[in-house]
Each structure stands twice: as structure tokens, then as C-alpha cells.
Design a binder for this molecule. Structure first.
Ligand SMILES: Cc1cc2nc3c(=O)[nH]c(=O)nc-3n(C[C@H](O)[C@H](O)[C@H](O)COP(=O)(O)OP(=O)(O)OC[C@H]3O[C@@H](n4cnc5c(N)ncnc54)[C@H](O)[C@@H]3O)c2cc1C
Length: 507
């Protein structure tokens, strides 16, 4: 019988991220995966800015950016005519160190994460299939079949099911997976093309009467992901190949295009579902096991990575004896609310783009493409669109971890806003350590943070004289209490408030 602190089931992007995060906190874990290695499929090809910020803390962002490709623009076409072009290269300028969406195949993202684990001496138990689990108030026992087909047992304090949409862990936990499956069949094709029109690192959205055809740029010249809906007449149980749809695509986009190579073609159903809870005592679920979305906005994988980021510091704090177990309850409340909001926004986006809803369809075909170019160029839209899509704008509502508070434009619950100091360092250069942090902005003589009692909770203290007025207006002498995931627990002038938050979670 093996024993460890945390058992992770599934080595997809969520499970690998959970492992990489626990490693930052020196928590022992065992990760089991029924496949023999990471996926070879391209699946999720958008890595959002917040994910890159998290990768930066792990030390793997440079590799991701080097292997990927920045998406620099978005084009809208209707009946073969370009209706709008939006420059996306500077969309998140001033809002993140990574002011763009990166195109990187999921196979590469998973490999980067898996290599990071092995380079740090951590093993993944490949070919090991979770069978069942039992839990008591003191721990969990997991039974799995190893590579040789032998049943094995592991004991641990906690279990995290990162085992995808059909999650056996979720079923064992007795949780439901509520929502809808859209009654249409979608296709995805990774291809190499030659075209006088589709030839930049940009998205090309072709709006057609019944939906859309999207060309999303992938690494290399002429390499695109095509996403669309199979025409209504097709039987959804039939097996399809790219050759069945190729000519329809060519006709519907109505711009010259030669297909040179097909790398991957698959059809899939789109689901929009969420588990009724992300935890049951000592068992947790994360990623697709907890919520699945329409592909609108490329959010699925990124959300799983952030679930792991949110859960890991809480679990680590409890296992190290620094935090009270009640902190684990905030995983479901924070990430559950995020999943609900995401489902709402991706469903809405999807309704609009898929042509399923007749009202949205009219708006999409006749109004959207005309106004989009103007809207997205406005400073307000830039401030709204980038934080939403990039996941840098996620805000956790007030709970015991977040005291409603604000200084200038910055409110509690948000991730620490990005900004650059006059010496060209940026705020996140100081924030990569996996610990609570207290930042003081103002005159040193007024800094009372050394008087803060944080009990057993490890806390890093920083003081800054330079205060960006674009965020904090003319305020000075205030504190920002950051959780280990760099979301703001409290922002204000009362050092006692920081103590109060910490007190709630002290052992
Ligand atoms: C065509 C397509 C395009 C997509 N595009 C995007 C995009 O652009 N951006 C985005 O963010 N998301 C996208 N997604 C979604 C993204 O792929 C998923 O959200 C992501 O893979 C979820 O990661 P995960 O680790 O939670 O689950 P998974 O990737 O499903 O990983 C779960 C792992 O658990 C393992 N497992 C399951 N059962 C067991 C068991 N009994 N024992 C041991 N191991 C087990 C599985 O083998 C698997 O490796 C796309 C998905 C598809 C299919």
C-alpha cells in the first residue's frame, strides 16, 4: 500500500497543473493516468493570458510562448467579403505581461507541464486506471489498476479528480452533472492550406446562414484549426471524414482556398454542464470533471488550470498546518461561481455565433460584423473584452477570504492588477512566491505591517513608494493583502482588517 498527501486522478492539463502547483508548496502527491502518455491531439489551442501568468510562476511561460504563436488579428467575413478586421496584438497592453492569446496545441501544453514535473523528479503513474475510492473523516483510499493490470491501493489525505468530462471520481462522489447537450454536431479540422486571403496569424470568421466557419491560426505557415457545424441534413450518428465537408467549406467561405494537408479531423457534441458541487468532504473535482463549456472563447482548458491554481494553495495550507480546513469550502464557492458565470457567457456567445437562436442570428449576420470593428477599438471595450476572455478579470465575491474594500479603481476579489514601475520592473516580478503577501504603498514611516500577527501563516511583506495613480488615484499609505494566488483579500488603510482575514483561517 502506497501513501501520500494528495492523490490526483488524470494527467490532462488540469491534473498536471494540480501536480505542478502542489510541487510549489512541497506537498507530496501521486498522479495516476490511464493513458500511456500525454495526448497527441491538438484539442485546446488557446492559452489565455492568465494561464501564461500562472506558467510564469512555474517557470514554463517562456517555453510555452516560444513553442506557440501569438494571434494578431480577427477578421469577419460575410458572403466572401471582409466586413471587419480587428487588430488583436495590443488588446491587453497594460493589463498583463502577456497581452495576447497564445495559440499552442494542447499536446504541447500537456508535454511542457509533464516535462516540468519529471525535470523536478516527480513521476506520473501512466497506464494506471482509477477504479474506486473510499473516504473517512481522516483520509481517502484509492484503488486503481496498474500498468500490469494489478489492483493497487493508495492512501492519502485528499483526492482530486481531474479525470475529464465523464469523471469516474465525480460519479463515485455521487455528484450530478447538470446542463444541456446541444443537438448539433460540430467538427474540428486541423489543416494546412494555401490561400490569398487566409494567410496571417489571425482568426478568420466566416458567418454563414446557419452558423459559422472559423479558421484559427496554429503554429507554422498555412496551419489552421477549422471549427464549424455540420449541416443539418447530416445524420449525427453517421461517421464523417474531412472529405465529406471540404467542398462545403470551400463553397461557404467563398474565398479562394486550397487544402494541402489534413492533420486531424473530428466531430463532437457541445455540452454545457456543471457539477452540483466541486467537493464532497475529502474528495474534490476540477477541470472538465467539474464543468464543461461550449468552445466559444477557448476557455475550457484554461479554466481547469485555474481551478487547480485555486485549490492547490488552500489544500497545501491545510496540509502544512497553516490554514484551517474551512478554507477548502471556498474552493467550491469561488470556482463554482466562476463556472456558472462562464457557462452563462459562453452559452450566450455560442447562441449568437451558432445560428441556433433566430434573434441572435439576425443580429450576427446583419449588425455584429459592422459594429464589431468600432466597438473593439474603443478603450472601454478593450478594458472589458480582454479581462473577460483572458481570465485576468476573474473576481471572487466577498466571502470570509475577501473583505469588501477598495482603493481608487481597485476592488478586493480581483487578481492584483498588472502595472510597471518606473525602473521597468513589473508588480508580478515581486509576487511569484507561493505565500500570502502584504503590500504597503506609501511612506515607510507609516507602514505598520510589521505589527501584523499572522500566526503560523507564512506571509511575505513588501513596501513600495511608487504608486500608480492610474489604478489607485492619489491614495497613499494603504495595504493590499494578497492570497497565494495573488487575488486581493483586502485593500485599504486598516492593517487590523488584514489581521482579521488571516485570523479566520489561522489554526
Ligand atoms: C476540439 C476541442 C477543442 C478545444 N478547444 C479549446 C480551446 O481552444 N481552449 C480551451 O481552453 N479549451 C478547449 N477545449 C477543451 C479542453 O480540451 C478541455 O477543457 C481540457 O482538455 C480539460 O482538461 P482536463 O485535464 O480537465 O480533462 P481532460 O483533458 O479530459 O483530461 C482528463 C484525464 O483523465 C484521464 N482519466 C479519465 N478517467 C480516468 C481513470 N479512470 N483513471 C485514470 N485516468 C483517467 C484521461 O485519460 C485524461 O487524460 C477543446 C476541446 C476539444 C475537444
Amino acid at each position: 500500500m502506497k501513501s501520500t498527501q494528495v492523490i490526483i486522478v488524470g494527467a490532462g492539463p488540469t491534473g498536471l497543473s494540480m501536480a505542478a502547483q502542489l510541487m510549489r508548496y512541497q506537498i507530496d502527491f501521486i498522479i495516476i493516468e490511464k493513458n500511456q502518455k500525454t495526448t497527441h491531439l491538438s484539442k485546446a489551442i488557446v492559452v489565455q493570458a492568465r494561464t501564461l501568468e500562472i506558467f510564469e510562476e512555474l517557470g514554463i511561460a517562456v517555453q510555452a510562448v516560444t513553442e506557440g504563436q501569438v494571434t494578431t488579428g480577427m477578421n469577419m467575413f460575410y458572403k466572401g467579403n471582409r466586413k471587419a478586421r480587428v487588430n488583436l496584438s495590443g488588446l491587453g497592453e497594460g493589463l498583463s505581461q502577456f497581452p495576447y492569446a497564445l495559440s499552442l496545441e494542447q499536446s504541447k501544453t500537456e508535454k511542457i507541464l509533464a516535462d516540468h514535473l519529471t525535470a523536478n523528479g516527480k513521476q506520473i503513474l501512466w497506464g494506471s486506471e482509477f477504479i474506486r475510492t473510499e473516504q473517512t473523516n481522516h483520509g481517502v483510499t484509492v484503488y486503481y489498476k496498474d500498468k500490469a493490470g494489478q489492483e493497487q491501493t493508495i492512501e492519502a489525505s485528499y483526492l482530486v479528480g481531474c479525470d475529464g468530462a465523464s469523471s469516474p471520481v465525480r460519479h463515485q462522489m455521487g455528484l450530478t452533472f447538470e446542463g444541456d447537450t446541444i443537438p448539433k454536431l460540430f467538427y474540428v479540422a486541423d489543416v494546412k492550406i494555401k490561400s490569398a486571403v487566409i494567410n496571417q496569424n489571425e482568426m478568420y470568421m466566416f458567418m454563414i446562414q446557419k452558423g459559422f466557419i472559423l479558421f484559427f491560426p496554429m503554429e507554422g505557415i498555412g496551419h489552421y484549426r477549422i471549427v464549424g457545424i455540420l449541416p443539418d441534413a447530416k445524420d449525427i450518428h453517421e461517421e464523417f471524414h474531412f472529405t465529406d465537408i471540404k467542398e462545403t467549406i470551400r463553397k461557404e467561405v467563398a474565398v479562394p482556398i486550397d487544402f494541402e494537408k489534413e492533420f486531424w479531423f473530428s466531430t463532437y457534441k457541445v455540452h454545457s454542464r456543471k457539477a452540483n458541487s466541486f467537493e464532497n468532504n475529502r474528495c474534490f473535482i476540477a477541470g472538465d470533471a467539474a464543468h464543461i463549456h461550449t468552445p466559444a472563447g477557448g476557455q475550457g482548458m484554461n479554466t481547469g488550470i485555474q481551478d487547480a491554481y485555486n485549490l492547490a494553495w488552500k489544500m497545501a495550507g491545510v496540509l502544512k498546518g497553516e490554514l484551517n480546513t474551512i478554507v477548502l469550502k471556498t474552493y467550491d464557492s469561488e470556482r463554482g461561481e466562476n463556472a456558472r458565470n462562464l457557462l452563462r457567457s459562453t452559452d450566450r456567445m455560442f447562441d449568437m455565433m451558432s445560428g441556433v437562436n433566430p434573434v441572435w442570428n439576425f443580429f450576427r449576420l446583419h449588425i455584429f460584423s459592422r459594429i464589431m470593428g468600432y466597438v473593439i477599438k474603443s478603450a472601454l471595450a478593450k478594458k472589458m473584452v480582454f479581462p473577460l476572455i483572458s481570465q485576468t478579470g476573474i473576481r471572487y465575491s466577498a466571502n470570509d477570504l475577501t473583505v469588501t474594500s477598495c482603493i481608487g479603481k481597485v476592488r478586493s476579489g480581483v487578481r492584483m492588477p498588472y502595472f510597471v514601475f518606473s525602473d521597468r520592473t513589473q508588480i508580478f516580478d515581486y509576487l511569484s512566491e507561493p505565500a500570502f503577501k502584504i503590500l504597503f504603498f506609501g511612506e515607510n514611516t507609516n507602514n505598520e505591517s510589521r505589527e501584523l500577527n499572522s500566526g503560523k501563516i507564512k506571509i511575505k511583506k513588501y513596501a513600495f513608494k511608487e504608486i500608480p495613480s492610474s489604478l489607485f488615484r492619489n491614495e497613499s499609505d494603504f495595504y493590499v493583502l494578497l492570497r497565494p494566488d495573488n487575488h486581493i483579500s483586502y485593500i485599504g488603510k486598516e492593517i487590523n482588517k488584514c489581521g482579521e482575514v488571516l485570523l479566520k483561517y489561522m489554526i
